[in-house]
Design a protein around this ligand. Structure first.
Ligand SMILES: [Zn+2]
Length: 327
């Protein structure tokens, strides 16, 4: 276990303490959050191929460990799939923790810990976290794109998180088509030509290995082809790495313009593992949004998440606060 933050704050009577669990494909992030501040957090390895039910002891150990520091009022869980926040269930898992679909999370939380539960899609939670405690406080119209393993998106319109009848509005920006259905690359969602099929870590290996110059590229020497190795060889002027990085940036830029056209935001917030590449990625996206998005009222601001490691955890806390206050 690797501790990623510890801030000691005096306990006050009007304090709101919650526990957040952010379920990822390879790790669980957990945090004890008090009035919008992360008091204690950790990252614990998890493996989505084992399924969720086999991983429940990992979740339970973290909740009990954090509860022993300070008893929380509520528990929040973020899941990397389509979530029904009303019934507190997973509606669709797209390959990760498929046995989570139909699992009674609310009953489990109450029976195991005696805690009420909120659940949310991870990108939705990240957007809420950044708007409540991060880079865009007081913004009521914003979209988010989390670039990395896949492309997670979320949208807030007029102060309300966009969910839709089937809880998939706003979440599926990574599956906006940026190529035609007849010619686009196959995507994990079942469609073709999605932004994710051109700009996600799962697509990188295919994109690299099918290139005729792969054998002579530095990428052929990498232990695994991911955004870390791509950025390394891109910075060393490796032709294939530069070409694939530019293709990813083009996919993210198209996705960003689509998000603006779909949801009419003032701000686009970028987050995810690849934003560590800095201006190499963010500046072309910023320029594409300014040049190509149809926004006669002005220009959509492009911001970097202020707390990319904690925004999901803080967003879950915000949902708990809102539920308690009856918002
Ligand atoms: Zn797709």
């Amino acid at each position: 276990m690797k501790a990623i933050g510890l801030t000691i704050i005096p306990i006050k009577e009007d304090t709101m303490i919650t526990i957040s669990l952010d379920i990822g494909g390879a790790r669980l992030k957990s945090a004890l959050v008090e009035n919008g501040l992360v008091r204690e957090s950790a990252i614990v390895p998890m493996d989505s191929s084992n399924g969720l039910l086999a991983s429940l002891p990992i979740l339970e150990a973290e909740v009990l460990r954090l509860s022993s520091i300070q008893m929380p009022a509520m528990l929040g869980i973020a899941f990397p799939g389509l979530v029904n926040p009303v019934e507190k269930t997973v509606a669709s898992a797209n390959g990760k923790y498929t046995d989570a679909v139909g699992f009674a999370f609310e009953e489990w939380a109450m029976q195991t810990f005696g805690l009420p539960l909120i659940m949310e899609n991870d990108a939705n939670a990240a957007l809420l976290g950044e708007l409540a405690y991060g880079c865009a406080k007081n913004c009521d119209n914003a979209v988010m794109a989390i670039l990395g393993t896949g492309i997670g998106t979320a949208a807030m319109i007029e102060g309300k998180l966009l969910r839709g009848k089937h809880f998939q509005a706003g979440c599926l920006g990574g599956h906006f088509a940026i190529r035609s259905l007849s010619e686009g690359r196959d995507c994990t969602c079942g469609s073709r030509g999605c932004a994710e099929a051109y700009g996600s870590s799962w697509a990188l290996t295919q994109l690299a290995k099918e290139s005729p110059d792969f054998a002579t590229s530095g990428l052929a020497k990498a232990a695994s082809i991911n955004f870390r190795s791509l950025a390394k060889w891109d910075a060393q002027n490796d032709e294939l790495a530069i070409r694939i990085m530019n293709q990813c940036i083009d996919a993210w830029s198209a996705c960003a313009v689509n998000l603006v056209h779909a949801y009419d935001p003032d701000l686009l917030i970028l987050s995810g593992g690849v934003i560590h590449c800095g201006a190499r990625i963010t500046e072309p996206i910023r320029k594409a949004v300014a040049k190509y998005a149809w926004t006669p009222w002005g220009t959509v601001g492009v911001l970097i998440a202020k707390k990319p490691e904690h925004s999901v955890l803080l967003g879950l806390h915000k949902l708990c606060v809102s539920e308690t206050e009856g918002e």
